[in-house]
Design a protein around this ligand. Structure first.
Ligand SMILES: *Cc1c(COP(=O)(O)O)cnc(C)c1O
Length: 372
């Protein structure tokens, strides 16, 4: 995909913010706990490799991704630390898992049996590192009972080509005030853990929310995702434990500014009409960049002042109402701070009736990412 290097619209990623979030978390983790940085989906849109490198500098000792290709991207960029693939990888790619020294999730007995067959088909010389996933109530992937988990572990331990490297689960409500369901999952996982006399190298349960609000959860590793990017996992329903520093801002520049008389239509469908003489500015960003049409009526910052997005957002451009004549080339902040006023990812998410995770992942590859 062509990246708009020659257009003034860009995502600016503050790697220091990522480092600060990681080191603030590491400071409060119990002794002996490791932090794995979750950099799936291109580092939640922030750039997987750059995020991983910043996290590593701040003390992350491993990484989590969602799919094989994301893991390979990290390896090819020179990341040598452990990488865990959190989702299911087809056994036909076990050669690649071994070649790139990746740890993989086992979520069913069938997968394990197929994996063992495949290991003999390819005459694997290296052992495959397995993290056994327990579904304690997320209902997504994993072994659903202690007995099934025990059988899986027994199979892994009795197979020469497999190493039992991890045991883990994932919470569905760690970001909520009501912790009854969290406790139900937690006690189910503890029941599973109690089945084993010996545990693997990594036992891990915590995503960002659990790490922040349930810091005494069991395990010796956390999977730190959204909070590393400086975003509150609960969407501000729960207070931050330490100040999270948002790493991403979105900037552009005015490409045209004009004064229109009253009763002029703006944009497709003519959904906005000037009511008086108005200054209208055009910004080169649109829904193809992930600046979605539903953001009509939302605001952006120009010279520290909020300016409304007027008319429909187009594929590549949108229009804003300026309080006064403003020079072409003036900076427009769509996410970030200007002169003490902030437009946060959370505000964008609220307007879109979604979560900031989705906003971050929706920014397209068309926008260049600049690192500072
Ligand atoms: C994405 C993911 C995480 C990270 O979650 P955050 O809320 O971003 O911290 C952790 N564990 C699993 C299994 C995941 O899929």
């Amino acid at each position: 995909m062509a990246v708009g290097w020659h257009r003034p619209t860009k995502l600016v990623i503050d790697t220091q913010a990522i480092m600060d979030n990681v080191s603030n978390e590491i400071k409060r983790m119990p002794q002996g706990t490791e932090l794995f940085a979750v950099v799936k989906a291109n580092g939640y849109g922030h750039g997987a490799v750059q995020t991983a490198k910043a996290a590593r500098m701040a003390g992350a000792t491993g990484f989590c991704v969602a799919m094989l290709d994301e893991a390979i991207e990290l390896r090819e960029a020179g990341i040598v630390e452990p990488i865990l693939i959190l989702s299911v990888v087809d056994v036909s790619y076990i050669d690649l898992l071994l070649k790139y020294d990746l740890s993989v999730t086992a979520a069913t007995q069938e997968w394990l049996e197929k994996a063992i067959k495949q290991l003999s088909v390819i005459k694997a010389e290296l052992p495959l590192k397995i993290h056994i996933k327990v579904d304690t109530g997320m209902g997504r992937i994993g072994f659903t009972t202690p007995i099934a988990t025990k059988q899986a572990v027994a199979l892994v331990q009795s197979t020469e080509g497999l190493i039992w490297e991890g045991l883990f689960t994932h919470f569905s409500t760690a970001d909520e005030k009501d912790d009854r369901y969290f406790e139900k999952q937690n006690s189910r996982f503890k029941e599973v853990v109690a089945e084993f006399a010996e545990l693997p190298k990594y036992v891990h349960v915590s995503n960002s929310a659990a790490a922040l609000w349930h810091p005494d959860s069991i395990g010796n590793m956390i999977r730190f995702g959204i909070a590393m990017y400086g975003l509150n996992p609960s969407g501000n329903h729960l207070p931050e434990v330490y100040p999270l520093k948002p790493a991403l801002s979105l900037e552009s520049k005015l490409i045209q500014v004009k004064e229109l008389p009253a009763n002029e239509g703006i944009g497709y469908g003519n959904t906005y009409t000037t009511t008086e003489t108005e200054w209208i500015g055009t910004v080169p960003i649109g829904y193809a960049d992930g600046w979605l049409r539903h953001l009509q009526g939302f605001s952006v910052l120009v010279n520290g002042k909020k300016c409304e997005i007027v008319g429909r957002i187009c594929m590549d451009q949108c229009m804003i109402r300026l309080p006064e004549e403003t020079a072409v080339g003036t900076k427009v902040t769509l996410i970030g701070q200007e002169q003490g006023t902030e437009i946060s990812m959370q505000m964008v998410a609220d307007k879109l009736e979604t979560i900031h995770y989705e906003v971050a992942c929706t920014f397209s590859q068309r926008m260049p990412r600049e690192y500072k």
